[in-house]
Design a protein around this ligand. Structure first.
Ligand code: ATP
Length: 369
C-alpha cells in the first residue's frame, strides 16, 4: 500500500485545460472519492495517476517514488473501469488470472491468488463461468477481483457502479467498504453518485472546471462548502441558491435582502465594504423551518413524498428559482398552498460574487455544528 502525492499536476489537450496545476496528498490506505460535474477533470486526474494519460506538467509520487514518467504496468496501480472490460472467451478464473499470467507467476501461486481474490468477492462458485453468463454486478466483481489479484499499492476505480441498477449499486457500495477494510489499500474512486461519495470516502475531492475546489471529510464538505461550485455539487436535492444583496453587517453576522425584499439574518462574517454587493444565499432543504413570519415563502408546485420525509417545491418568483424545502414524511400539503420558512443564521451559506463562501461568526452557544 502506498501514499499518492500529486504536485502541480496539470493536463492540457490542445487548447482545453482538463486539469489546472493541482496539488493533492492521499495518505496510505485512504479511500478518496473524486466528485464533480461532467467534464470537470475527474477521469483525467485518475487516468494520469494510472499512467494512461501523460502529464503536461507536475509530478506524481506513489509510495514516495516519482512515477510521472513510469509506464502504467510498473506503477503498482490497478484500475477498474465502468465497462468491466472482461475477456469474453475466458472463464471467470481465466479473467482473474490473466494479469498474473502476463506477469509470469508460477501456476501454483496464480491458483492461490485467484482463489483468494474470488473468495473476497464472493465469486468462488462462478469461477468456471464465462462473462456472458454473469449478471452486471457479478461481472463488475470479476473486474475488481482481476484488479486486486495483482496486489496493487493503489486501486483506481472509474465510476465502477454506474452501469448497475439502484439496488445492486447499494449492495456493491457495501462491498467496496468491506473490500477497503480487508485490503487496507489506498483507493481512489471517481463517481457522480452523491451516496457513493458520502458513504465510501474518508475524504472527498470536489472538482469543478479542471480545478480542485475543496478536499475534506464528506460531512465537513457538506456542512461547509467552500464555494458555490462545491455547494452545487454536494447534496441531493441540491442546496437552494438564491440571489441576494448584502444589506448590512451586524455584530453577529450579516443581513441579506432577497430579490423580493425579504430580509434574512445570517452568521456570515463580511466587511462593511461588502455592503451593497450582490451575493448568493445558499440554504439546504433540511434547514428550512416552517415559520409563518419567515422570509422564504412560496406556493407549492410539486410535492414529493419519499416515505420518511417529503420535499415541497415552492414556485419560482421573479429571478428567485424554485425553493425546495424538506418536510416530515407525514406532513400533508395541498398543491398551491403557500408555505413560509425561516432559517437559523448559522445554517445560511453566503457566497461572494467570485463564488467563495464567507466565513461564519462563531456560534453563540454550541461550539460543534
Ligand atoms: P465525466 O464525469 O463526464 O466522465 P470528467 O470529470 O471525468 O467527466 P474528463 O473526462 O476528465 O472529465 O474531461 C475533462 C475535460 O477534458 C473535458 O473538457 C473533456 O472534454 C476533455 N478531454 C478529456 N479527454 C480528452 C482527450 N483525449 N482529448 C481532448 N479533450 C479531452
Amino acid at each position: 500500500m502506498a501514499a499518492v502525492d500529486i504536485a502541480g499536476l496539470g493536463k492540457r489537450f490542445g487548447e482545453t485545460i482538463a486539469l489546472s496545476p493541482s496539488d493533492l496528498q492521499i495518505a496510505d490506505g485512504e479511500f478518496v472519492v473524486l466528485v464533480g460535474p461532467s467534464g470537470c477533470g475527474k477521469s483525467t486526474l485518475l487516468r494520469m495517476i494510472a499512467g494512461l494519460e501523460s502529464a503536461s506538467e507536475g509530478r506524481i509520487l506513489i509510495g514516495g517514488r516519482d512515477v510521472t514518467d513510469v509506464p502504467p504496468a510498473e506503477r503498482g496501480v490497478a484500475m477498474v473501469f465502468q465497462s468491466y472490460a472482461l475477456y469474453p472467451h475466458l472463464t471467470v478464473a481465466g479473467n482473474i488470472a490473466f494479469p498474473l499470467k502476463v506477469a509470469g507467476l508460477l501456476k501454483r501461486e496464480i491458483a492461490e491468488r485467484v482463489a483468494e481474490a474470488a473468495a473476497m468477492l464472493d465469486l468462488t462458485d462462478l469461477l468456471d463461468r464465462r462473462p456472458r453468463a454473469l449478471s452486471g454486478g457479478q461481472r463488475q466483481r470479476v473486474s475488481i477481483a482481476r484488479a486486486i489479484v495483482r496486489r496493487p499499492q493503489v486501486l483506481l476505480l472509474d465510476e465502477p457502479l454506474s452501469n448497475l441498477d439502484t439496488s445492486l449499486r447499494a449492495r456493491m457500495r457495501h462491498e467496496f467498504a468491506r473490500l477497503h477494510q480487508q485490503l487496507g489499500a489506498t483507493m481512489i474512486y471517481v463517481t457522480h453518485d452523491q451516496l457513493e461519495a458520502m458513504t465510501l470516502a474518508n475524504r472527498i475531492v470536489v472538482m469543478s472546471a479542471g480545478r480542485i475546489e475543496q478536499v475534506g471529510a464528506p460531512i465537513d464538505v457538506y456542512r461547509r462548502p467552500a464555494s458555490i461550485a462545491v455547494a452545487a455539487a454536494i447534496g441531493s436535492p441540491g442546496m437552494n441558491l438564491l440571489p441576494a444583496m448584502l444589506a448590512a453587517v451586524t455584530p453577529t453576522g450579516t443581513t441579506l435582502r432577497l430579490s423580493d425584499g425579504a430580509l434574512v439574518t445570517t452568521a456570515a462574517q463580511a466587511s462593511v465594504d461588502d455592503v451593497g454587493t450582490a451575493v448568493t444565499l445558499g440554504v439546504r432543504p433540511e434547514h428550512l423551518v416552517p415559520d409563518e413570519d419567515g422570509p422564504f415563502a412560496g406556493a407549492v408546485e410539486l410535492f414529493e413524498r419519499l416515505g420518511p420525509l417529503s420535499f415541497a417545491h415552492l414556485g419560482a418568483r421573479g429571478d428567485v428559482d424554485t425553493i425546495v424545502a424538506q418536510l416530515p414524511g407525514d406532513r400533508s400539503v395541498t398543491l398551491g398552498e403557500v408555505l413560509h420558512f425561516s432559517i437559523a443564521p448559522h445554517d445560511a451559506h453566503v457566497f461572494a460574487a467570485d463564488g467563495r463562501a464567507y466565513p461564519l461568526t462563531p456560534p453563540p452557544s454550541s461550539p460543534v455544528r
